[in-house]
Design a protein around this ligand. Structure first.
Ligand SMILES: [Mn+2]
Length: 275
């Protein structure tokens, strides 16, 4: 066991949202997330769904020490006073029956309301309820899920070869995303739909996950935030002491924290509709 490092090097934020970690899959970049959590402290921590991937674990068991470490790190934050809210997603829907309960200082909720430092009310949800494919044809989602896992697998091996040849990292699935127009349409439909729901319910904005596409933007004056994922984009949505929202990409563990409003060419994920 490694000793708990002091937190004095950590950057202090008001709130952190992470989602789509997919612990229990080989695609999960648990070490990156661990590093991020180590270097960022917050008053609020929202786990916005698909934290553990129950669908994949049911098919084959994949669990590394770093996956345990992520859970331990979150529990420790809760013990030390961070207000942790866990909103189960579709991949960890097994936790949904526990919504309304608290475990180890973690509140499990179907959805949450976060009020920013400057008084804006944000609805926090995973987002799969807006996904027609998931809602109406679960078998299709499973197929897409397997396909995505396979693409990530190919991508890893492909890049191992590139690395050996001294070539920079190249993302196959990012490339495919650009090619799949429907996925792009799906993303924008999803974003508008979710923002519209927040407006209908009189929130100032919404934070969700699910589509693995980090974003902070506005649709007709409604804030739309998406915390991205820890499979590919390695991103979190954060709020600073003044209530400003931004995305942090943590693609290089140990790097100096850099907040950026916009990702690189990055588009969404091709299986967006089934993430
Ligand atoms: Mn999801």
């Amino acid at each position: 066991m490694q000793a708990e490092e002091p937190d004095n090097a950590a950057r202090r934020l008001r709130a952190i949202w992470i989602s789509d970690v997919h612990l229990g899959t080989s695609g999960c970049r648990a070490e990156h997330l661990l590093d991020f959590l180590r270097l960022h402290e917050s008053e609020y921590l929202y786990l916005v769904g698909d934290i553990v991937d129950g669908w994949q674990l049911k098919k084959s068991w994949y669990w590394k020490q770093s996956h345990n470490d992520v859970l331990q790190k979150v529990l420790r934050k809760a013990r030390k006073g961070t207000r942790v809210v866990y909103i189960p997603g579709n991949h960890d829907e097994a936790a949904r029956p526990y919504c309304g309960l608290d475990f180890g200082g973690i509140a499990i909720r179907l959805e949450a309301e976060h009020v920013t430092a400057d008084g804006k009310r944000l609805l926090v949800i995973h987002g799969d309820e807006f996904d027609g494919v998931i809602q109406y044809a679960k078998w299709l989602a499973y197929v897409g899920d397997t396909l995505y896992t396979f693409i990530l697998y190919l991508n890893r091996h492909f890049n191992w070869v590139r690395m050996k040849l001294g070539l920079p990292y190249w993302s196959l699935s990012q490339y495919l995303k650009h090619k799949v127009k429907n996925a792009v349409n799906f993303i924008s439909d999803f974003e508008r739909l979710v923002a519209g729901e927040a407006r209908r319910r009189n929130f100032d904005g919404v934070v969700c996950g699910h589509i693995h596409k980090a974003e902070v933007t506005q649709f007709d004056g409604v804030i739309y935030g998406n915390c991205g994922d820890w499979v590919e984009s390695l991103s979190a949505l954060v709020e600073d002491a003044e209530g400003r929202l931004s995305i942090i990409y943590w693609t290089q563990p140990g790097a100096v924290p850099v907040a950026r409003a916009e990702p690189e060419p990055a588009l969404s994920k091709e299986q967006a509709c089934v993430s």
